[in-house]
Design a protein around this ligand. Structure first.
Ligand code: PMT
Length: 399
Protein backbone atom coordinates (compact mmCIF):
# COMPACT_ATOMS: atom_id res chain seq x y z
CA UNK A 1 0.00 0.00 0.00
CA UNK A 2 3.11 2.23 -0.03
CA UNK A 3 1.92 3.32 -3.45
CA UNK A 4 -0.70 5.48 -1.74
CA UNK A 5 1.91 7.68 -0.07
CA UNK A 6 1.13 11.31 -0.86
CA UNK A 7 -1.80 10.34 -3.08
CA UNK A 8 -4.84 12.61 -2.98
CA UNK A 9 -8.00 10.57 -2.63
CA UNK A 10 -11.56 11.84 -2.59
CA UNK A 11 -13.69 9.25 -0.86
CA UNK A 12 -17.32 9.77 -1.84
CA UNK A 13 -19.90 8.19 0.44
CA UNK A 14 -23.51 7.73 -0.60
CA UNK A 15 -26.52 6.57 1.40
CA UNK A 16 -26.44 2.89 2.29
CA UNK A 17 -25.87 0.67 5.29
CA UNK A 18 -22.33 -0.11 4.02
CA UNK A 19 -21.42 3.55 4.73
CA UNK A 20 -20.14 2.46 8.14
CA UNK A 21 -17.35 0.54 6.33
CA UNK A 22 -16.11 3.83 4.84
CA UNK A 23 -14.69 4.71 8.24
CA UNK A 24 -12.34 1.71 8.06
CA UNK A 25 -11.48 2.48 4.44
CA UNK A 26 -10.54 6.02 5.48
CA UNK A 27 -8.23 4.56 8.14
CA UNK A 28 -6.52 2.26 5.60
CA UNK A 29 -5.97 5.16 3.20
CA UNK A 30 -4.59 7.36 5.96
CA UNK A 31 -2.26 4.75 7.37
CA UNK A 32 -0.92 4.15 3.83
CA UNK A 33 0.07 7.84 3.73
CA UNK A 34 -2.71 9.18 1.47
CA UNK A 35 -4.35 12.57 1.90
CA UNK A 36 -8.08 11.86 2.11
CA UNK A 37 -10.97 14.27 1.59
CA UNK A 38 -14.44 12.93 2.30
CA UNK A 39 -17.50 14.01 0.35
CA UNK A 40 -20.85 12.73 1.65
CA UNK A 41 -24.28 12.87 0.09
CA UNK A 42 -27.12 13.98 2.36
CA UNK A 43 -28.35 10.36 2.58
CA UNK A 44 -24.88 9.18 3.66
CA UNK A 45 -25.00 11.49 6.68
CA UNK A 46 -28.04 9.51 7.89
CA UNK A 47 -25.87 6.38 8.16
CA UNK A 48 -22.58 7.70 9.57
CA UNK A 49 -21.67 11.07 11.05
CA UNK A 50 -19.38 13.50 9.29
CA UNK A 51 -17.65 14.00 12.65
CA UNK A 52 -16.40 10.40 12.67
CA UNK A 53 -15.00 10.76 9.16
CA UNK A 54 -13.50 14.16 9.94
CA UNK A 55 -11.65 12.69 12.91
CA UNK A 56 -10.37 9.76 10.83
CA UNK A 57 -9.41 11.72 7.72
CA UNK A 58 -8.03 14.73 9.58
CA UNK A 59 -9.83 17.00 7.09
CA UNK A 60 -13.11 18.85 7.04
CA UNK A 61 -15.83 16.68 5.54
CA UNK A 62 -17.67 18.15 2.55
CA UNK A 63 -21.42 17.60 2.50
CA UNK A 64 -22.98 20.48 0.59
CA UNK A 65 -22.53 22.17 -2.75
CA UNK A 66 -23.96 25.38 -1.40
CA UNK A 67 -21.89 25.75 1.76
CA UNK A 68 -20.10 29.15 1.61
CA UNK A 69 -17.74 28.17 4.45
CA UNK A 70 -16.58 24.96 2.74
CA UNK A 71 -16.30 26.77 -0.61
CA UNK A 72 -14.07 29.38 1.05
CA UNK A 73 -11.78 26.54 2.24
CA UNK A 74 -11.54 24.39 -0.89
CA UNK A 75 -14.19 25.10 -3.52
CA UNK A 76 -15.79 22.24 -5.45
CA UNK A 77 -13.84 22.91 -8.65
CA UNK A 78 -10.58 23.11 -6.70
CA UNK A 79 -11.51 19.84 -5.00
CA UNK A 80 -12.23 18.22 -8.38
CA UNK A 81 -8.79 19.31 -9.65
CA UNK A 82 -7.05 18.32 -6.40
CA UNK A 83 -7.90 14.62 -6.56
CA UNK A 84 -5.63 11.92 -7.99
CA UNK A 85 -8.57 9.53 -7.81
CA UNK A 86 -12.22 9.63 -6.70
CA UNK A 87 -13.48 6.45 -5.06
CA UNK A 88 -17.17 6.26 -4.22
CA UNK A 89 -17.77 3.62 -1.59
CA UNK A 90 -20.50 2.71 -1.08
CA UNK A 91 -22.10 3.76 -4.37
CA UNK A 92 -25.89 3.40 -4.22
CA UNK A 93 -28.22 2.58 -7.12
CA UNK A 94 -29.56 6.11 -6.92
CA UNK A 95 -26.05 7.55 -7.20
CA UNK A 96 -25.26 5.36 -10.23
CA UNK A 97 -28.45 6.59 -11.92
CA UNK A 98 -27.71 10.24 -11.20
CA UNK A 99 -24.10 9.88 -12.37
CA UNK A 100 -25.19 8.16 -15.58
CA UNK A 101 -27.68 10.87 -16.41
CA UNK A 102 -25.06 13.60 -15.90
CA UNK A 103 -26.87 15.25 -13.01
CA UNK A 104 -25.04 17.72 -10.80
CA UNK A 105 -27.62 18.16 -8.08
CA UNK A 106 -25.29 17.66 -5.13
CA UNK A 107 -21.61 18.11 -4.36
CA UNK A 108 -20.54 14.53 -5.17
CA UNK A 109 -22.18 14.34 -8.62
CA UNK A 110 -20.87 17.84 -9.40
CA UNK A 111 -17.33 16.77 -8.50
CA UNK A 112 -17.62 13.69 -10.69
CA UNK A 113 -18.67 15.86 -13.63
CA UNK A 114 -15.92 18.41 -13.06
CA UNK A 115 -12.95 16.11 -12.45
CA UNK A 116 -10.32 14.68 -14.79
CA UNK A 117 -9.29 12.17 -12.11
CA UNK A 118 -10.16 8.47 -12.53
CA UNK A 119 -13.55 7.58 -11.07
CA UNK A 120 -14.16 4.30 -9.27
CA UNK A 121 -17.43 3.03 -7.82
CA UNK A 122 -17.77 0.31 -5.19
CA UNK A 123 -21.49 -0.44 -5.41
CA UNK A 124 -23.54 -1.57 -2.43
CA UNK A 125 -27.24 -2.26 -2.59
CA UNK A 126 -29.89 -4.95 -2.26
CA UNK A 127 -29.32 -7.85 -4.67
CA UNK A 128 -32.61 -7.25 -6.50
CA UNK A 129 -31.74 -3.59 -7.00
CA UNK A 130 -28.33 -4.60 -8.37
CA UNK A 131 -29.88 -7.13 -10.76
CA UNK A 132 -32.58 -4.72 -11.96
CA UNK A 133 -32.53 -3.79 -15.64
CA UNK A 134 -32.13 -0.08 -14.79
CA UNK A 135 -29.05 -0.60 -12.64
CA UNK A 136 -27.49 -3.03 -15.12
CA UNK A 137 -28.06 -0.54 -17.96
CA UNK A 138 -26.47 2.26 -15.86
CA UNK A 139 -23.53 -0.03 -15.07
CA UNK A 140 -22.86 -0.67 -18.78
CA UNK A 141 -23.15 2.99 -19.73
CA UNK A 142 -20.89 4.11 -16.89
CA UNK A 143 -18.31 1.46 -17.80
CA UNK A 144 -18.37 2.74 -21.40
CA UNK A 145 -17.38 6.14 -19.98
CA UNK A 146 -14.25 4.60 -18.41
CA UNK A 147 -15.72 4.54 -14.92
CA UNK A 148 -14.34 1.57 -13.03
CA UNK A 149 -16.41 -0.74 -10.81
CA UNK A 150 -14.91 -2.67 -7.93
CA UNK A 151 -17.43 -5.28 -6.85
CA UNK A 152 -20.03 -5.76 -5.70
CA UNK A 153 -19.33 -9.00 -3.82
CA UNK A 154 -21.94 -11.68 -3.36
CA UNK A 155 -23.19 -12.97 -0.04
CA UNK A 156 -25.53 -12.32 2.82
CA UNK A 157 -26.94 -8.81 2.90
CA UNK A 158 -28.01 -6.54 5.76
CA UNK A 159 -31.67 -6.98 4.68
CA UNK A 160 -31.39 -10.78 4.95
CA UNK A 161 -31.23 -11.44 1.18
CA UNK A 162 -28.37 -13.41 -0.32
CA UNK A 163 -26.80 -12.40 -3.66
CA UNK A 164 -24.67 -9.78 -5.39
CA UNK A 165 -24.69 -6.27 -3.91
CA UNK A 166 -22.33 -6.33 -0.94
CA UNK A 167 -19.67 -3.62 -0.94
CA UNK A 168 -16.14 -5.04 -1.20
CA UNK A 169 -14.28 -5.13 2.11
CA UNK A 170 -12.43 -1.88 2.90
CA UNK A 171 -9.01 -3.61 2.79
CA UNK A 172 -9.74 -4.90 -0.74
CA UNK A 173 -10.79 -1.43 -1.90
CA UNK A 174 -7.63 0.05 -0.37
CA UNK A 175 -5.44 -2.56 -2.11
CA UNK A 176 -7.18 -1.99 -5.45
CA UNK A 177 -6.66 1.75 -5.04
CA UNK A 178 -2.94 1.16 -4.44
CA UNK A 179 -2.77 -1.01 -7.57
CA UNK A 180 -4.17 1.87 -9.64
CA UNK A 181 -0.94 3.75 -8.94
CA UNK A 182 1.41 0.80 -9.51
CA UNK A 183 2.39 1.91 -13.02
CA UNK A 184 4.24 4.93 -11.61
CA UNK A 185 7.96 4.27 -11.85
CA UNK A 186 8.87 5.41 -8.32
CA UNK A 187 5.73 4.27 -6.51
CA UNK A 188 6.50 3.42 -2.93
CA UNK A 189 10.02 4.88 -3.07
CA UNK A 190 11.33 7.61 -0.81
CA UNK A 191 13.63 10.12 -2.50
CA UNK A 192 15.78 12.68 -0.68
CA UNK A 193 17.39 15.46 -2.70
CA UNK A 194 19.88 18.13 -1.70
CA UNK A 195 19.48 21.37 -3.66
CA UNK A 196 20.72 24.93 -3.88
CA UNK A 197 23.93 26.40 -2.51
CA UNK A 198 25.32 26.36 1.01
CA UNK A 199 26.45 29.47 2.84
CA UNK A 200 29.58 29.28 4.96
CA UNK A 201 29.64 32.12 7.43
CA UNK A 202 32.80 34.23 7.80
CA UNK A 203 31.36 36.58 10.41
CA UNK A 204 27.80 37.61 11.37
CA UNK A 205 27.30 39.52 8.08
CA UNK A 206 29.43 37.75 5.43
CA UNK A 207 29.56 34.29 3.90
CA UNK A 208 31.12 32.18 1.13
CA UNK A 209 28.63 30.72 -1.35
CA UNK A 210 28.00 30.07 -5.05
CA UNK A 211 25.43 30.78 -7.76
CA UNK A 212 23.25 27.69 -7.42
CA UNK A 213 19.59 28.73 -7.72
CA UNK A 214 18.08 25.38 -6.68
CA UNK A 215 16.22 25.13 -10.04
CA UNK A 216 17.74 21.76 -10.97
CA UNK A 217 17.19 20.13 -7.57
CA UNK A 218 13.63 21.43 -7.22
CA UNK A 219 12.79 20.25 -10.77
CA UNK A 220 14.06 16.76 -9.83
CA UNK A 221 11.84 16.82 -6.74
CA UNK A 222 8.81 17.70 -8.88
CA UNK A 223 9.61 14.93 -11.37
CA UNK A 224 10.02 12.40 -8.55
CA UNK A 225 6.63 13.39 -7.11
CA UNK A 226 5.08 12.90 -10.55
CA UNK A 227 6.70 9.46 -10.67
CA UNK A 228 4.91 8.51 -7.46
CA UNK A 229 7.70 8.91 -4.89
CA UNK A 230 7.61 10.41 -1.43
CA UNK A 231 10.04 13.30 -1.71
CA UNK A 232 12.09 15.45 0.62
CA UNK A 233 14.36 18.35 -0.35
CA UNK A 234 17.15 19.47 1.93
CA UNK A 235 17.83 22.90 0.55
CA UNK A 236 20.26 25.73 0.96
CA UNK A 237 18.95 29.30 0.63
CA UNK A 238 17.02 29.72 -2.67
CA UNK A 239 14.14 31.82 -3.95
CA UNK A 240 11.93 28.95 -5.11
CA UNK A 241 8.77 27.85 -3.27
CA UNK A 242 8.65 24.32 -1.94
CA UNK A 243 6.93 22.15 -4.60
CA UNK A 244 3.50 20.79 -3.80
CA UNK A 245 3.58 17.54 -1.73
CA UNK A 246 7.32 17.81 -1.12
CA UNK A 247 8.72 18.01 2.40
CA UNK A 248 11.25 20.87 2.36
CA UNK A 249 13.92 21.37 5.00
CA UNK A 250 15.82 24.66 4.82
CA UNK A 251 19.44 24.85 5.90
CA UNK A 252 22.34 27.27 5.40
CA UNK A 253 25.70 25.61 5.84
CA UNK A 254 27.17 22.27 4.70
CA UNK A 255 27.30 21.10 8.33
CA UNK A 256 23.58 21.83 8.74
CA UNK A 257 22.83 20.13 5.42
CA UNK A 258 24.70 17.00 6.48
CA UNK A 259 22.89 16.91 9.84
CA UNK A 260 19.50 17.31 8.12
CA UNK A 261 20.36 14.61 5.56
CA UNK A 262 21.40 12.11 8.23
CA UNK A 263 18.27 12.69 10.37
CA UNK A 264 16.17 10.18 8.45
CA UNK A 265 18.56 8.69 5.91
CA UNK A 266 17.43 5.18 6.88
CA UNK A 267 14.01 5.93 5.35
CA UNK A 268 15.56 6.96 2.04
CA UNK A 269 15.61 4.62 -1.00
CA UNK A 270 17.18 7.07 -3.44
CA UNK A 271 19.49 9.94 -2.50
CA UNK A 272 20.29 12.63 -5.06
CA UNK A 273 23.04 15.14 -4.25
CA UNK A 274 22.27 18.09 -6.49
CA UNK A 275 23.31 20.82 -4.05
CA UNK A 276 26.36 22.92 -4.78
CA UNK A 277 27.88 22.32 -1.36
CA UNK A 278 30.80 24.59 -0.52
CA UNK A 279 33.91 22.41 -0.37
CA UNK A 280 35.47 24.67 2.26
CA UNK A 281 34.34 26.83 5.17
CA UNK A 282 36.23 29.43 7.23
CA UNK A 283 38.34 27.77 9.93
CA UNK A 284 37.06 30.27 12.45
CA UNK A 285 33.68 31.97 12.57
CA UNK A 286 34.26 35.50 13.86
CA UNK A 287 31.87 36.54 16.64
CA UNK A 288 31.77 40.11 15.38
CA UNK A 289 31.99 41.76 11.98
CA UNK A 290 35.62 41.66 10.82
CA UNK A 291 37.17 45.13 10.61
CA UNK A 292 38.84 46.26 7.40
CA UNK A 293 41.96 47.50 9.21
CA UNK A 294 44.84 49.12 7.37
CA UNK A 295 46.33 46.11 5.54
CA UNK A 296 45.81 45.92 1.73
CA UNK A 297 45.23 42.16 1.88
CA UNK A 298 43.35 39.77 4.07
CA UNK A 299 43.92 36.04 4.49
CA UNK A 300 41.10 33.71 5.35
CA UNK A 301 41.97 30.22 6.50
CA UNK A 302 39.57 27.59 5.15
CA UNK A 303 38.97 24.01 6.24
CA UNK A 304 37.25 21.23 4.33
CA UNK A 305 33.53 20.70 4.72
CA UNK A 306 32.16 17.18 5.16
CA UNK A 307 31.30 15.52 1.86
CA UNK A 308 27.56 14.88 2.15
CA UNK A 309 26.94 12.58 -0.82
CA UNK A 310 30.08 10.55 -0.01
CA UNK A 311 28.97 10.20 3.63
CA UNK A 312 25.61 8.83 2.47
CA UNK A 313 27.25 6.47 -0.04
CA UNK A 314 29.65 5.15 2.61
CA UNK A 315 26.84 3.76 4.75
CA UNK A 316 26.57 -0.01 4.93
CA UNK A 317 22.86 0.14 3.99
CA UNK A 318 23.27 3.02 1.58
CA UNK A 319 20.37 4.18 -0.58
CA UNK A 320 20.78 4.23 -4.38
CA UNK A 321 23.06 7.26 -4.44
CA UNK A 322 23.25 9.78 -7.26
CA UNK A 323 25.73 12.64 -7.38
CA UNK A 324 26.28 15.55 -9.74
CA UNK A 325 29.66 16.66 -11.05
CA UNK A 326 29.76 20.38 -11.83
CA UNK A 327 32.85 20.87 -13.97
CA UNK A 328 34.35 23.56 -16.16
CA UNK A 329 36.93 21.29 -17.86
CA UNK A 330 37.56 17.58 -18.52
CA UNK A 331 33.88 17.00 -17.68
CA UNK A 332 33.57 13.25 -18.19
CA UNK A 333 36.98 12.39 -16.77
CA UNK A 334 36.33 14.33 -13.53
CA UNK A 335 32.80 12.96 -13.30
CA UNK A 336 34.05 9.37 -13.59
CA UNK A 337 36.64 10.02 -10.89
CA UNK A 338 33.89 11.33 -8.56
CA UNK A 339 31.62 8.37 -9.34
CA UNK A 340 34.32 6.06 -8.09
CA UNK A 341 35.91 8.11 -5.24
CA UNK A 342 32.49 8.90 -3.70
CA UNK A 343 31.17 5.34 -4.22
CA UNK A 344 28.14 6.56 -6.19
CA UNK A 345 25.70 4.45 -8.20
CA UNK A 346 25.22 7.18 -10.80
CA UNK A 347 26.67 10.59 -11.52
CA UNK A 348 25.24 13.39 -13.65
CA UNK A 349 28.06 15.27 -15.33
CA UNK A 350 27.12 18.94 -15.69
CA UNK A 351 29.17 21.35 -17.82
CA UNK A 352 28.85 24.55 -15.80
CA UNK A 353 31.19 26.57 -18.04
CA UNK A 354 28.34 26.90 -20.55
CA UNK A 355 25.76 29.61 -19.64
CA UNK A 356 22.91 27.44 -20.99
CA UNK A 357 23.78 24.48 -18.78
CA UNK A 358 25.22 26.07 -15.70
CA UNK A 359 24.19 27.65 -12.44
CA UNK A 360 20.89 29.53 -12.44
CA UNK A 361 20.06 28.68 -16.08
CA UNK A 362 16.55 27.46 -16.93
CA UNK A 363 17.97 24.79 -19.24
CA UNK A 364 20.57 22.09 -18.78
CA UNK A 365 22.21 19.07 -20.40
CA UNK A 366 23.71 16.12 -18.52
CA UNK A 367 25.75 13.02 -19.16
CA UNK A 368 24.66 10.19 -16.89
CA UNK A 369 27.47 7.85 -15.98
CA UNK A 370 27.27 4.60 -14.03
CA UNK A 371 29.84 1.81 -13.69
CA UNK A 372 28.81 0.17 -16.98
CA UNK A 373 26.86 2.77 -18.90
CA UNK A 374 26.97 6.33 -20.21
CA UNK A 375 24.03 8.28 -21.65
CA UNK A 376 23.77 11.88 -22.77
CA UNK A 377 20.62 13.89 -22.04
CA UNK A 378 20.54 16.72 -24.59
CA UNK A 379 19.93 20.39 -23.84
CA UNK A 380 16.37 21.07 -22.70
CA UNK A 381 14.51 22.79 -19.88
CA UNK A 382 15.48 21.74 -16.36
CA UNK A 383 11.88 20.51 -15.92
CA UNK A 384 12.11 18.09 -18.86
CA UNK A 385 15.67 17.09 -18.04
CA UNK A 386 14.65 16.26 -14.47
CA UNK A 387 11.90 13.96 -15.82
CA UNK A 388 14.43 12.16 -18.03
CA UNK A 389 16.87 11.85 -15.13
CA UNK A 390 14.16 10.46 -12.83
CA UNK A 391 13.07 7.97 -15.52
CA UNK A 392 16.70 6.81 -15.87
CA UNK A 393 17.11 6.44 -12.10
CA UNK A 394 13.80 4.53 -11.86
CA UNK A 395 14.95 2.13 -14.56
CA UNK A 396 18.20 1.41 -12.69
CA UNK A 397 16.50 1.10 -9.31
CA UNK A 398 13.70 -1.15 -10.59
CA UNK A 399 16.01 -3.33 -12.70
O1 PMT B 1 20.89 25.06 -8.70
P1 PMT B 1 20.97 25.41 -10.18
O2 PMT B 1 21.19 26.87 -10.40
O3 PMT B 1 19.79 24.87 -10.95
O4 PMT B 1 22.28 24.71 -10.76
C1 PMT B 1 22.34 23.32 -10.82
C2 PMT B 1 23.73 22.81 -10.45
C3 PMT B 1 24.73 23.29 -11.47
C4 PMT B 1 24.14 23.31 -9.06
C5 PMT B 1 23.63 21.23 -10.43
O5 PMT B 1 23.24 20.78 -11.69
C6 PMT B 1 24.95 20.60 -10.06
O6 PMT B 1 25.82 20.36 -10.89
N1 PMT B 1 25.12 20.31 -8.75
C7 PMT B 1 26.35 19.79 -8.17
C8 PMT B 1 27.22 20.94 -7.76
C9 PMT B 1 28.52 20.51 -7.11
O7 PMT B 1 28.77 20.88 -6.00
O8 PMT B 1 29.24 19.66 -7.81
P2 PMT B 1 30.68 19.05 -7.31
O9 PMT B 1 31.25 18.45 -8.53
O10 PMT B 1 31.46 20.08 -6.61
O11 PMT B 1 30.28 17.96 -6.27
C10 PMT B 1 30.13 16.58 -6.61
C11 PMT B 1 29.01 15.96 -5.82
O12 PMT B 1 29.34 15.97 -4.44
C12 PMT B 1 27.69 16.70 -5.92
O13 PMT B 1 26.67 15.73 -5.93
C13 PMT B 1 27.62 17.52 -4.65
O14 PMT B 1 26.30 17.75 -4.21
C14 PMT B 1 28.35 16.61 -3.69
N2 PMT B 1 29.07 17.30 -2.59
C15 PMT B 1 30.11 18.13 -2.84
C16 PMT B 1 30.80 18.69 -1.78
C17 PMT B 1 30.39 18.41 -0.47
N3 PMT B 1 31.03 18.94 0.56
N4 PMT B 1 29.37 17.59 -0.26
C18 PMT B 1 28.68 17.04 -1.30
O15 PMT B 1 27.73 16.30 -1.09
Amino acid sequence: MQRLTNKRIILGITGGIAAYKSAELTRFYKSAGADVRIVMTHAATQFITSLTLQALSGNTVHTSLLDPEAEAGMGHIELARWADIIVIAPASADFMARLESGMANDLLTTLCLATDAPLVLAPAMNQAMWRSAHTQKNLKLLEQRDITFWGPASGEQACGDVGPGRMLEPIDIALLTAQRFSNLSLSGKTVHITAGPTREAIDPVRYISNHSSGKMGYAIAQAAIEAGAKVKIISGPVNIPCPDRVDCVQVESADQMLAAVLTDIDECDIFIGCAAVADFKPAVLADNKLKKGTSATMTLELVKNPDIVATVAARSNKPFTVGFAAETQNLLEHARAKLSSKNLDLIAANDVANAETGFNADSNALTLISADDQQHLALTSKTKLAQQLVAHIAELVNR
